[in-house]
Structures are given as C-alpha cells and as structure tokens.
Design a protein around this ligand. Structure first.
Ligand SMILES: [Zn+2]
Length: 280
C-alpha cells in the first residue's frame, strides 16, 4: 500500500518532466541564476521541471518518519532531509524513526509540489489550475487518484493528503483542510455560488455580508432566494471549496452548428463506389 507521498513520487516519475503554471522567462546570463534553474526546461510558454529521485542512501529504519510508510533499505536520514525550517514535525507518523522513505524524500525536494495544486493518478502527475480543479471535482479521474488544492502555495500539503479510491465521497486536501467531496452536493452548491458570483465577490459570498448596491443590481427577490440557501451551508468545508473553484459564467453565445462528422463516414462513404474514386 503506497502512502500519499509514495503515490505522488510514482506518478511524477512516470510523467518525467512536469509542466508548471510558471511562465518561461529567458534566463539572464548570470551564473547564480543558472544554477538555481537546473532541472528546469522550457515547455511551451511554461517552465517544466525534470522530476527524478534526489540522492538516496542506505537507511536502517523500516518505517518512514514522516508518512509512516514502508522503507525497504533506501531513503534519507531525517537529520539530513528535514531542514530546521520544517514546521510540521508534529505531523510525523513514525516519530521514533530516523529515516524518511523515497516518496517523502522526493516530495520534499521540489518546491513546485508546494507552490502548485497536485493531481496524481496512476497515469502521471500534473498541476491543475482552478478551472480544471472544478472540473476534476465534478468529474474525478479513474481512482486511485490524489488531489491537493494549494491556496497559499506556501505549505507542504502532499503528506497530509489522502489517496482517493472512489469517484464519489472522495477526499481532497484543500490547503490545510481535508474535504470529502459529494459530487451532487458540490454541484448544487456551485450552482448557487456561481449565480451569485455573476454580481457579487467571493468575499461577499463567503462572509454573507453583501454590498447594497450590488444587491439592487442583482435583484432583491432572487438574491433573497439564493442567499437563504447559501446561509444554510455557509461555513461548511464544501461551501468554502465551492466558492474557491467557482468560475464566472461566460456569456452564452449560440454555438455554430457542429460539424456532423458521422454523416461523412456513415452515409456518404457507402454511396461512393470504388470506381468513382478516380473522379475526385
Ligand atoms: Zn514517507
């Protein structure tokens, strides 16, 4: 059984080079900057990070100090891998151990795994943006998967996360909060929030304290209906998450008639005799 960090490591190694949301900038011809940029390459307009194991060493412990997962010989010593600046020592699952597993060693080696949200699956790893996260919450990938939603980008979330083994009632790590996502409930919360978000700010929706001018703009009666529903769930973890991922509804433009590709293959092709092909 893999722990969350071990699962993330496996996904990242499978992907190899992971594209980040960081825009690519040409490096100044300064040697210091160049050194810190090692392992980063250009991927389209973004920075890609080449992900590989940090240097591992033989370690005697069988349990990982941080995630409690199994270590089979190789890992890193806590005193070398865990810096003084690491503030989550109280979250160590096996505080008696002096070693961490390759999964934790890997996950603590990349700041991109702290700065950005993480989606890990058996297929690989990526850093989804907010709109994509909304889609993932409503249509989760094939389990097992792991989703960490970074808000501050300043905290390690991965070792606090939990691997999801179901596409409904699944756990996600939303900053420091564990949220269990019931898709139908989230969808109905999103519907309320996104209607309000057309006019109100996310801060107003979260707090329930709205500007009078905007209430007039929105329409008092409709506002009262939606706010009555929002008031019932305000403060719940799922409501907070719904507000976080809510998107402005785009103004709907009538879509052009979709191309009916099926017609070409199903009705057109059989009418063309092989002898006619030469005419085209
Ligand atoms: Zn570990």
């Amino acid at each position: 059984m893999l722990t969350p960090t071990q699962f993330i490591r496996q996904a990242a190694l499978k992907t190899g080079t992971v594209v980040t949301p960081t825009p690519w900038k040409e490096k100044p011809a300064d040697k210091k900057v160049r050194k810190s940029e090692e392992g980063k390459i250009r991927m389209g307009d973004h920075v890609g990070v080449v992900m590989e194991d940090p240097g591992l060493e033989d370690v005697p412990d069988e349990s990982c100090w941080l995630c409690g997962g199994e270590i089979s010989g190789r890992g890193r010593q806590v005193k070398r891998a865990i810096l003084d600046t690491f503030t989550d020592r109280d979250k160590a699952r096996a505080p008696w151990s002096d070693s961490i597993c390759p999964g934790c060693a890997f996950c603590l080696s990349y700041t991109t795994l702290r700065n950005y949200s993480i989606l890990a699956t058996e297929e690989g790893l990526r850093h989804p943006g907010r709109a994509e996260i909304k889609g993932l919450l409503l249509e989760p990938p094939e389990p097992p998967f792991l989703l960490c939603i970074a808000v501050s980008g300043q905290k390690w979330l991965h070792f606090r996360a939990e691997i999801a083994y179901s596409q409904d009632g699944f756990p996600v790590q939303y900053e420091e909060t564990r949220v269990t996502v019931d898709r139908a409930t989230l969808a109905s919360l999103l519907d309320i929030v996104e209607q309000l978000y057309a006019v109100f700010t996310k801060a107003e929706i979260l707090s329930g304290s709205y500007g009078q001018n905007r209430i007039r703009e929105f329409g008092l009666r409709r506002f009262q209906e939606l706010e009555a529903m929002a008031a019932l769930v305000r403060g719940s973890r799922l409501f907070d998450l719904a507000v976080f991922v809510a998107q402005k509804k785009e103004i709907e433009v009538p879509a052009a008639e979709p191309e009916k590709e099926g017609l070409c293959t199903t009705t057109l092709t059989p009418t063309i005799q092989s002898g006619q092909l030469g005419l085209f």
